[in-house]
Design a protein around this ligand. Structure first.
Ligand SMILES: [Zn+2]
Length: 339
C-alpha cells in the first residue's frame, strides 16, 4: 500500500477570430446561427508531452476535470507538443493512456498543437498588421545581461522596439507591451495584478528557432476551442497576464481562471517531469484519492476499496471549490496520510 505524505501548507508567499479547423475540438455547437452557442462551462487540460503525467499533473488534470464535470460542462484535451525539442518520444501516447486509466474522459478529438501552426501564423500576421509585434535581432547573450523580471528570467529591455539597426535581421518576433497593471480575479487565488511591461517586457511570440511560443499557442487554441474556464497549476499564474493581453489584442474574450496549488517536494521544489517525479498509473484508485486529498476532498475510509470510476463519481458529486486550499503551493512533507 503506497503512502503519500501530504498537507496543505503555504510555501511562499480587433482582429478576425482564428477559425476552428477540422479536427479541432470545440465547445461551440451547431452551425450558422447557432455557431456561437456555447455551454456555460468549457474547460480543458493541456499537458506538454515532455514526459508522463506525475502526481502534480494528475492534480491539475483532476481539478480541471472535476470543475468542468461538476458544472455540467465539457472538458477538452490539448496536447501542447509544439515545443518539439522538449517532446519525449512516446510521452503523448502515455499521457492519453494514463488519463484513460484514471477515467478522466475528454470530449471530442485531442487537439495537437504541432498541427496548428497555420492558426498561430494567422494570429501572428493579424498582430503584425495591427502593429502589435516587432522583429527582434537580439541574441540570447544580449538579453541575458538585462535586469531580471519577477520570475527570475531576464526582462526584455526593449532594444529593438523602435526598429532594427542597419544590417541586423529579426531572429524572433515580440509582442509590444504597454506599461500598466494587468489584473484579473482568480477564483481561488483572488485578485492578481502584474505590470507585464515592468516585469517581463515585450515577450516572444515566434522564437528564433521558428517555434511559436507557448503564450501565443495557448491563447489561440483556447479561443478556437471556445474555452471559457482555465483550471491549471499556480505555476502558470505568471503567464496569465501575458495571455490576457494577447487575447485582448486578438479580439478574444479571456476565459475565467482558477489556479490550483502545485505539489512541491520537501525542499519546496515543484514536482515535475524535469525533477523525475514518478509517473502515475500504478495504482489509479489510490493516486486519485491522494490527489483528491491534496485538493481538500479526501474521500472517507470506506472509499479505500473503491474503483477509480467510483472515486471519480463521488468526487464529482462532492466537488466544492470552497474546499480547495487557497495557496499557490502545498507540500507533501507534513505527515503521512494512509491511503
Ligand atoms: Zn531585440
Amino acid at each position: 500500500m503506497p503512502l503519500l505524505i501530504m498537507c496543505c501548507r503555504p510555501v511562499h508567499g480587433d482582429l478576425p477570430r482564428v477559425a476552428a479547423r477540422d479536427g479541432c475540438p470545440t465547445c461551440r455547437v451547431g452551425t450558422s446561427a447557432a455557431v456561437n452557442a456555447m455551454p456555460t462551462y468549457c474547460g480543458r487540460f493541456a499537458p506538454s508531452p515532455s514526459g508522463p503525467l506525475h502526481f502534480g499533473s494528475l492534480v491539475a488534470a483532476l481539478g480541471s476535470w472535476l470543475a468542468a464535470r461538476a458544472a455540467g460542462g465539457k472538458w477538452l484535451l490539448r496536447m501542447e507538443d509544439i515545443d518539439t525539442p522538449r517532446n519525449a518520444p512516446g510521452a503523448a501516447d502515455t499521457i492519453l493512456r494514463q488519463l484513460e486509466c484514471f477515467g478522466l474522459a475528454w470530449d471530442g478529438p485531442v487537439l495537437w498543437q504541432s498541427r496548428r501552426r497555420e492558426a498561430y501564423a494567422a494570429a501572428l500576421a493579424a498582430l503584425q498588421a495591427a502593429g502589435r509585434v516587432f522583429g527582434c535581432a537580439c541574441t540570447r547573450r544580449e538579453i541575458a545581461d538585462s535586469q531580471l523580471g519577477a520570475d527570475g528570467a531576464p526582462r526584455y529591455p526593449g532594444t529593438c522596439r523602435a526598429g532594427l539597426s542597419a544590417g541586423r535581421l529579426p531572429r524572433a518576433w515580440r509582442f509590444r507591451v504597454e506599461p500598466g497593471a494587468v489584473c484579473f480575479d482568480d477564483r481561488l487565488q483572488g485578485r492578481q495584478c502584474q505590470d507585464v511591461a515592468a516585469d517581463v517586457g515585450d515577450f516572444v511570440l515566434l522564437r528564433a528557432d521558428g517555434i511559436y511560443a507557448y503564450q501565443l499557442a495557448c491563447v489561440v487554441d483556447d479561443a478556437a476551442s471556445g474555452v471559457t474556464e482555465v483550471v491549471r497549476g499556480a505555476d502558470l499564474l505568471d503567464s496569465t497576464p501575458r495571455q490576457i493581453l494577447l487575447a485582448a489584442a486578438l479580439g478574444h474574450a479571456a476565459p475565467a481562471y482558477l489556479h490550483l496549488p502545485v505539489a512541491v517536494d520537501a525542499s519546496g521544489a515543484k514536482l515535475s517531469k524535469q525533477t523525475l517525479a514518478q509517473p502515475v498509473g500504478r495504482d489509479p484508485a489510490a493516486e486519485l484519492r491522494a490527489a483528491l486529498a491534496f485538493l481538500g476532498h479526501a474521500p472517507a475510509a470506506d472509499m479505500r476499496s473503491a474503483a477509480p470510476a467510483e472515486v471519480l463519481a463521488w468526487a464529482r458529486a462532492e466537488w466544492n471549490e470552497a474546499r480547495l486550499p487557497r495557496t499557490r503551493a502545498a507540500g507533501l512533507e507534513c505527515g503521512p496520510v494512509a491511503l
